[in-house]
Write a protein that binds this ligand. Structure first.
Ligand code: CMC
Length: 379
């Protein structure tokens, strides 16, 4: 251990790994996967292609993309005991907790679970990306006391998820919006969940443990849990006329407004900018712009008050509303974030294990100086 080691609360500003996956300029609001701006991926790519890009660090050829798409689709069905386990668990438990439990349980059905060689991990990445979506849809169905719907192998990943969740084949527009949401959230450099997954993976533990850790981190309201709270807040405000006083009161109480602020972005999150456009289109299509009007007022009031401090909307401010218009309930928003972000977790694990180094930072000791043990009858 170096005596020069610096201390940074929450590891803020600390570079903890090297990565070629995601570039972020938090001052200029730039996000790119393997150098490709997120705006271009959102416009031209698909979730499958973006997942390939992150896992293989290059865009696929047409035959490669077709094979990858087929591989993803082939892994969708869950082992029967996992379905039974899901049914046996309390249906109203937090969906993220159910997801964490069942992802962990999936490992018991994988005879090669402890194999962390890169070739095997590539296969597990495809399997886990595929099955996390199936698990989430099943959790959503069981919460509403509905039958689980088996996957449709002919549908793309996003459309199949919406089908498994709702029982209806989505319109091309709905499937595309959801696909864009998955593209936007697929990776984001080094947030708590990705770091958590790498901490576990760096011990050469199995990937089910690493993904369970990531799910645990994503569950928290300061990370993935914010989008659920945002949509609940917007629904609670309910009326554009109430938005400004509602936010001003909360700011006066020095409360945090969910969906704003970011450890990295000190300007508008580029993902939020893209989603904002989609939300506006969805609202017009639905003939109900009430939520969008509320969001615009909330956004303005918060930026007026805190923009100078670098507090702007983040991706979670609009992702919940996108899902709301797609008929997805707030409880599923964090699992949907996970459906996408598991791609980044697996890509980072694959990249990190190419040249693994155990994560083992240190603490600055602030406890008592060395002293003698006092026997219990002398205390
Ligand atoms: N509402 C009001 N004030 C805020 C907010 C907010 N959402 N975020 C930060 N601040 C203030 C904070 O009170 C502090 O003020 P002061 O300097 O006067 O004490 C200042 O801004 C700096 O805050 P910080 O907590 O030191 O900054 P951080 O880098 O730790 O915060 C954050 C990052 C995401 C935890 C924080 O902005 C936050 O709590 N946001 C709300 C939760 C949220 O939306 N999370 C989703 C993040 S985006 C999804 C993802 O990529 O994971």
């Amino acid at each position: 251990m170096s005596t020069e080691a610096t201390f940074s609360r929450g590891l803020e500003g600390v570079i903890a790994a090297e990565s070629a996956l995601t570039y972020i300029d938090g001052q200029k609001g730039i996000l790119a996967y393997l150098g490709i701006p997120i705006e271009e991926l959102a416009e031209h790519s698909t979730f499958e292609e973006t997942a390939f890009l992150l896992l293989h660090k290059r865009l696929p050829t047409r035959p490669e993309l077709q094979k990858f798409t087929e591989d993803l689709a082939s892994h969708r069905p869950l082992p029967a005991p996992i379905v039974e386990l899901l049914k046996a668990l309390p249906q109203q438990a937090p969906p993220m907790a159910l997801l964490r439990t069942t992802i962990s349980a999936l490992g018991h059905f994988d005879p090669t679970a402890d194999d962390v060689s890169l070739g095997t991990l590539h296969q597990k990445a495809v399997q886990l990306i595929s099955q996390l979506a199936t698990l989430t849809a099943a959790i959503g169905r069981l919460r509403r006391a509905q039958e689980i719907i088996p996957p449709d192998p002919t549908l793309p990943h996003s459309a199949n998820f919406l089908y498994m969740l709702t029982g209806k084949r989505p319109s091309a527009e709905a499937a595309r919006v959801f696909d864009v949401l998955l593209i936007l959230q697929a990776d984001h450099e080094f947030p708590a969940s990705t770091f958590a997954s790498l901490v576990v993976a760096s011990t050469l533990s199995d990937v089910y443990s690493a993904i369970s850790a990531a799910l645990g981190a994503l569950k928290g309201p300061l990370h993935g849990g914010a989008s659920e709270q945002v949509i609940r807040m917007i629904l609670e405000i309910g009326d554009p006329a109430k938005a400004e006083p509602y936010i001003k009161e909360r700011l006066a109480r020095r409360e945090r407004i969910m969906g704003f602020g970011h450890r990295v972005y000190k300007t508008y999150d580029p993902r939020a900018r893209i989603l904002k456009e989609y939300v506006q289109k969805l609202a017009l299509q639905a003939g109900d712009t009430r939520l969008v009007e509320i969001e615009q007022i909330v956004e303005k009031v918060v930026i007026d008050a805190l923009g100078a401090k670098g507090i702007f909307p983040n991706v979670d401010f609009y992702s919940g509303t996108v899902c709301y218009y797609l008929g997805i309930e707030p409880e599923l928003l964090t699992p949907i974030f996970a459906i996408s972000r598991i791609t980044g977790w697996m890509a980072h694990i694959l990249e990190y294990l190419e040249d693994n180094r155990l994560f083992r930072p240190t603490t600055r000791y602030i406890g008592p100086p060395l002293r003698h043990y006092i026997p219990i009858d002398q205390r």
